[in-house]
Design a protein around this ligand. Structure first.
Ligand code: NAD
Length: 330
């Protein structure tokens, strides 16, 4: 192993840089670079690690979800880890994802559910005998922050669901609608406070307030899209799950579709290239998920991401590159 090579030095530099930006993004809710720039640096690190797997360490940003969590809230260990998603940036990479799945599930019938990727933050909601008892951030994927009192202020999160189950975990995205985000930033500018860089950071900053009264004023909303484990609800697929979540009175994003072919998935994704800008909430991509839970289980997960899903990231918007301009001029 040549730890003095230029490539190794570059790897070390990238890890430090990505760690710093993750801290700004996840812990401080104040990114200094655009997501696209972060993603490109991350990709470069992944490429170097692919070339030199002997250099991979468990603390590399490619092996960890999120960032260190800050103090202030009680910590809660998730029953099942909350993972991130692998990402792709073009059609070719989507076709490669499809091929990997088909290589693993030879001759099986395959269906994909494609959902909008809501640009917010993932939370885990715990219900016991139908009663909401705890809300937790994703944190580092294993341990999150207990934000129960703040979650209670979000009106689109039901405090009771129609279920006798001892324990159900519903996962999804807390987000800030675009009009609330714009109003909040106008107010912050008036109050001579720094505006939030984007709705995602505004949502994260609002949800992780020590005073739930502040969270309550921030007009957050929630879309449900996952369970923290299959808990005897007899659900066999993502499609059935989304239906059941609606029956539990969660908001489920209505734009999801089911496809059998990746070429149709790609067409659907591109139908959102422009239209997504008219949505009342921010999206940063689309998530393609293998529909069948039994196939998902067989495909499994890495330490960081499921192998049965992928996020297609939309190209950066001009507004996102503005964040980059600011950091460059500082
Ligand atoms: P991610 O945002 O790329 O994807 C995973 C997340 O997508 C999930 O945890 C969930 O919160 C969310 N999601 C939204 N809709 C979903 C749906 N329908 N189904 C499933 N999941 C859905 O991964 P991440 O680990 O949360 O964050 C990494 C990303 O954060 C980077 O790719 C980068 O874009 C951004 N980031 C930016 C900076 C910066 O400085 N700008 C720093 C760190 C991270």
């Amino acid at each position: 192993m040549d730890n003095t090579s230029d490539l190794y030095q570059e790897l070390q530099k990238l890890r430090k840089l990505l760690e710093y930006h993750s801290y700004r993004y996840y812990t401080k809710d104040k990114p200094e670079i655009s997501d696209y720039e972060y993603d490109m640096q991350y990709r470069r690190l992944e490429d170097i690690e692919k070339e030199h797997p002997e250099w991979i360490t468990p603390d590399s940003p490619t092996q960890r979800v999120g960032s260190k969590i800050s103090g202030g809230f009680a910590k809660y260990t998730h029953d099942r880890p909350m993972l991130s998603l692998g990402d792709v940036f073009n059609d070719h990479e989507l076709m490669e994802f499809d091929q990997r799945i088909r290589n693993d599930l030879v001759d099986e019938k395959l269906e994909y559910i494609v959902e909008l990727k809501i640009d917010g933050l993932a939370v885990n909601l715990i219900y016991e005998k139908g009663k909401f008892v705890r809300g937790v951030t994703r944190g580092d994927g294993r341990v999150g922050e207990d934000i129960t009192n703040n979650v209670r202020t979000i009106r689109t999160i039901p405090l009771h669901i129609d279920s006798d189950s001892e324990h159900i975990e519903v996962r999804g995205e807390v987000y800030m609608p675009v009009d609330s985000f714009e109003q909040l930033n106008e107010q912050r500018i008036e109050d001579e406070l720094e505006p939030f860089a984007n709705p995602r950071n505004a949502a994260a900053g609002s949800l992780r307030q020590l005073d739930p009264n502040i969270t309550a004023r921030r007009k957050l909303a929630f879309f449900a899209y996952a369970l923290g484990g299959n808990v005897g609800l007899m659900i066999q697929s993502q499609e059935e799950l989304l239906q059941r979540l609606k029956e539990f009175h969660f908001h489920v994003n209505p734009e999801y579709r089911k496809f059998a072919d990746m070429s149709d998935v790609i067409q659907f994704i591109h139908s959102w290239d422009e239209r997504r800008r008219d949505l009342p909430y921010a999206t940063d991509g689309m998530v393609v998920k293998v529909n069948s839970f039994s196939q998902q289980e067989r495909l499994g997960n890495t330490v960081k991401i499921p192998r049965w899903a992928i996020a297609y990231k939309f190209p950066p918007e001009r507004a996102e590159t503005k964040v980059l301009d600011i950091s460059v001029s500082l």
